[in-house]
Write a protein that binds this ligand. Structure first.
Ligand code: SF4
Length: 447
């Protein structure tokens, strides 16, 4: 049983998919830092690759991702040419070992299956061909069929992430994303038939007009389809920053207490159905590799959320993609035209980022372990500056966290406030600071 704390729900905190968080990236870090970091990776270091496809067939009104409508047909081909050039440039600088490939966006399945296969082959051949390397692709179910999934399976894709969001048709209409349940069900069956063993659903709560009954129905239908993993994100309504969200009627959004109840219901139903709660917003079947990693303290968190991949280096390819190195983070140009100009000229597209000093790395490790494991050993008080101990004390007093000796643990009732507890270690924020919309640092999920 978790308790709704209205004052805490008003505090805006990041999702901590990185530390420092993206809002602290600056243009003082760019392509030169990216080049030095790539060259500094030891041979054999496991490297995870993320490939961003910033195009979609239609634009969903809730979406906060860096994406746009496909428009001209040659746009996609031009973009793939730029990706190929970037892969080749990175391959000339990096001697790490390919450990995993992810395609996200945007809508990766906006690309023909043969094009995705070509990119997978290129990555494998440039970074050490490993037949068993896991390859995941985000799928927009509205523009996909069984033949496409079979082609992906043949290309070595091992995991699909379906952007389901909600099965409630009335809510789908309010977000400009109508996709019947039968469409998703057919694709899940086709994926399994093609031998793709791992399937994820992305779901959203807090959508316009969404009710607790809608959530219950979506969860029941999802459980019946039996995905191996489910990620449940809160919709973040930020119409001033994301113009497409102005199509959504603010008045129709569930209030903070309703959002909290929806999130709690998702957790309760999925755990009752046998899913393991992973971190604060993921769920996995007990035999899924993510659940196994969580059981053994091997869960990690990066820009893609919770992951079983034990990689300290993540290379982002494509416009706006983010690369993560132990001592720095670099984000590519967001603007597709600028990105293409940079990589087609044989260069890198890093445009902003952050250098991580020793304090940043200590804080990053604390936050990651706390969010992944639910507990962490606290450092000696004088190793961290700032008022973190006082901020933590407030949350401990409310029963949301517990401190035994030097170990901090999130309590069961503190689970919905995990990010708020983690924010005590974020030197750019004070958890006492109120913020505008409840849980507004949640992100809209892609594809
Ligand atoms: S939610 Fe997915 S399909 Fe919809 S606009 Fe965003 S990236 Fe495109």
């Amino acid at each position: 049983m978790t308790t709704f704390h209205a004052d805490l729900a008003r505090r805006s905190v990041p999702r901590y998919t990185s530390y420092p968080t993206a809002d602290r990236f600056s243009a003082s870090v760019g392509a030169d830092d990216q080049r030095a970091a790539l060259q500094g990776i030891d041979p054999g270091t496991p490297v995870s690759f993320y490939v961003h496809v910033p195009y979609c067939h239609e634009i969903c009104w809730y979406c906060g991702c860096n994406t746009g409508a496909i428009g001209r047909a040659d746009r996609l081909l031009d973009y793939v040419g730029a990706l190929e050039a970037e892969i080749d440039t990175v391959a000339g600088l990096l001697s790490g070992q390919l450990a995993a490939i992810h395609f996200g966006g945007g809508t990766p399945n906006a690309l023909p299956a043969a094009t995705l296969a070509g990119l997978i082959d290129r990555l494998k051949s440039r970074f050490g061909r490993i037949a068993t390397v896991p390859v995941s692709v985000e799928i927009d179910p509205r523009h996909c069929d069984g033949a496409y999934l079979e082609a992906l399976a043949d290309a070595g894709v091992t995991r699909l992430s379906f952007g389901v969001q909600t099965f409630a048709e009335a809510v789908q209409r309010r977000i400009n994303r109508v996709q019947p349940h039968r469409q998703v069900a057919a694709l899940v069956a086709a994926a399994r038939g093609a031998g793709i063993a791992s399937i994820n659903f992305d779901l959203l709560y807090g959508l316009p007009g969404q009710t607790l009954e809608d959530i219950e129905e979506t969860i029941a239908l999802s459980i019946a389809l039996g995905p191996d993993r489910i990620a449940a994100f809160g919709y973040a309504h930020l119409p001033r920053a994301i113009p497409r969200q102005r199509m959504i009627d603010t008045e129709s959004l569930p209030d903070a207490a309703s959002r909290f109840a929806q999130s709690a219901a998702i957790h309760e139903r999925l755990v009752a159905a046998g899913y393991w709660a992973i971190g604060f917003d993921h769920f996995a079947r007990p035999g899924d590799i993510l659940a196994i990693a969580a059981r053994h303290g091997r869960l990690r968190r990066n820009f893609q959320g919770f992951t079983d991949e034990d990689c300290d280096v993540v290379i982002g390819l494509g416009a706006s993609a983010i690369s993560q190195f132990p001592d720095r983070i670099v984000q590519n140009e967001k603007h597709v035209g600028h990105y293409r100009s940079a990589v087609l000229g044989g260069g890198l597209a890093g445009a902003k980022g952050a250098v991580r000093d020793e304090q940043d790395r200590l804080r990053a490790a604390l936050i990651e372990r706390l969010l992944c494991d639910g507990s962490v050993d606290l450092p000696a008080r004088d190793r961290l500056g700032g008022p973190w101990a006082e901020q933590l004390a407030e949350l401990v007093d409310r029963g949301l966290a517990r401190c035994d000796d030097a170990r901090l643990a999130i309590t069961p009732s503190g689970r919905p406030y995990a990010r708020l507890i983690a924010a005590c270690f974020d030197d750019a924020r004070t958890v006492r600071q109120p913020a505008a919309p409840a849980l507004s640092a949640d992100i809209a999920t892609p594809a």
